[in-house]
Design a protein around this ligand. Structure first.
Ligand code: ATP
Ligand code: MG
Length: 432
């Protein structure tokens, strides 16, 4: 009836099952179209493997209704018929930027339930990524394409996953051992770690220009802590995600069931007490679920953070967070001085306006909506305009009694801008 989307293996169509009179989704694996014995062999293997994954029955796994082949000769192509999910893919949701921490915990836990069921049946997903996860209007997760990536691998043989260097999976989400050609169930947990990272920060753990860049990053680079990428991510999330992104599968959660419990624990955890918010920092839009709940112990492996800590996350206790805090010192001291100088006069409006502006600039983060960002930028732009107007207004007194006050205003703003520029520059250089 209409095309729902297109991926690396082929297209997905909405179609009607005329016998049962219901709408279904049909995935046409055009990657395996073609003639000749090699094509026949690959298609036969696809049907064999897809039949195994079609056995999976779980509320969080899309139901496969049918499998088959259509066309003739060069046009021969395998397809699978599945339940049509009315919902939105996580890829689309990420583009809209509307995912909250609570959503990430709830959805992540349901993905784990699906993985636990499949792993118990000896089936790995191998391609956990946003477009393979749909969320129904009632909030239920449906995981798509279980084992299909491997089944549709035209180069796979019965005993070896890849024969000619063709790696199954999607590079930005691929576990190091999967990149080496030896996936195992905990490779799915690694991919889920990348996905959770993306859901809570709006960014992938590793940025790379191409497949080789991604694979080498997964194999060799330490991921940044999510809270260093996005303001307001609680330390419990940092621990959980970094544990999933361990290079060594033994250091990750042992199985999807344990991870599911940890995610549900995060979902239920109470709001942490808020610490004093320095004016120059700021949290991003308040996460709908923040927590520093205890998690199962994390193995004491090195977790170097390739991104420098941002000044805006207040609730962690790592050496990195101490570095973060020291960047506040100068702007905060200057701001306090400014407030002292202004107390009891109309000038008090200036430190108040600065504090409000800084809170607004704190929303200039990847997790904020464009409306919030727009408001923040407008507020930042208003500072110099205000300053110029004030300077003109007080011009006669500028070089008499009011000069120290104006100097402190300028210094405070300069210190804040310096802190901000330094942080952003360091963040962008380490992410390239
Ligand atoms: P890949 O081929 O690597 O899996 P992909 O996941 O981006 O890449 P497809 O699996 O072909 O692409 O899916 C294309 C789109 O079709 C997805 O974005 C998904 O939202 C949609 N889709 C897939 N299966 C269904 C389904 N059963 N019901 C509704 N929409 C679906
Ligand atoms: Mg897919």
């Amino acid at each position: 009836m209409r095309q729902l989307g297109e991926g690396g293996m082929g297209q997905v169509w909405q179609a009607q099952d005329e016998t049962l009179g219901r709408n279904v989704a049909v995935k046409v694996i055009s990657l395996l179209a073609g003639d000749g014995s090699r094509g026949d062999e690959a298609r036969a293997r696809f049907l064999r493997e897809a039949r195994i994954t079609a056995q999976l029955q779980h509320p969080n796994i899309v139901t496969i209704h049918d499998l088959g082949e259509t066309g003739a000769g060069n046009e021969r192509v395998p397809f699978l018929v599945m339940e049509l999910i009315r919902g939105e893919g996580l890829d689309a949701m990420l583009r809209r930027g509307t995912v909250t921490l609570a959503d990430a915990a709830r959805w992540g836990a349901q993905v784990c339930d699906a993985l636990a069921e499949a792993h118990a049946a000896g089936i790995m997903h191998r391609d956990i990524k946003p477009s393979n996860i749909l969320i129904t209007p009632s909030g239920t997760v449906k995981v798509l394409d279980f084992g299909i990536a491997r089944a549709a691998d035209p180069y796979a043989t019965a005993d070896r996953l890849t024969q000619t260097g063709f790696i199954v999976g999607t590079p930005p989400y691929m576990a190091p051992e999967q990149a080496r050609g030896f996936p195992e169930p905990r490779s799915d947990l690694y991919a889920l770690g990348c996905l959770l990272f993306e859901l809570i920060t709006g960014q992938l753990p590793f940025q790379a220009p191409d497949t080789v860049g991604y694979l080498s990053a997964h194999l060799t680079q330490e991921p940044p802590t999510p809270s260093s990428v996005s303001i307001g991510v609680p330390s419990a999330w940092d621990e959980l995600v970094l544990r999933l992104l361990e290079k060594d599968p033994d250091q990750r959660y042992p199985n999807a069931t344990d991870l599911s419990q940890a995610l549900r624990h995060l979902d239920r955890a109470p709001e942490p007490a808020k610490g004093p918010a320095p004016p120059a920092g700021g949290a991003t839009q308040p996460p709908s679920m923040t927590a520093t709940a205890p998690l199962p112990p994390v193995p004491p492996t090195r977790r170097a953070c390739s991104l420098p800590p941002r000044p805006d996350t207040a609730s962690t206790h790592t050496p990195a967070s101490r570095g973060r805090a020291t960047r506040f010192v100068l702007p905060v001291c200057l701001w306090l001085l400014l407030t002292l100088l202004a107390v009891g006069s109309y000038d008090i409006g200036i430190p108040v306006a600065l504090a409000l502006t800084w809170v607004l600039t704190a929303v200039l983060t990847p997790r904020s909506t464009s409306l919030m960002r727009g408001t923040g930028y407008a507020a930042v732009a208003a500072i110099p305009v205000n300053l110029v107007m004030l300077a003109i207004h007080y011009w006669d007194h500028l070089f008499s009694g009011r000069l120290p006050f104006f100097m402190v205003v300028v210094l405070t703003i300069a210190a804040y801008c310096y802190r901000d520029i330094k942080t952003r520059r360091a963040a962008s250089s380490s992410s390239t």
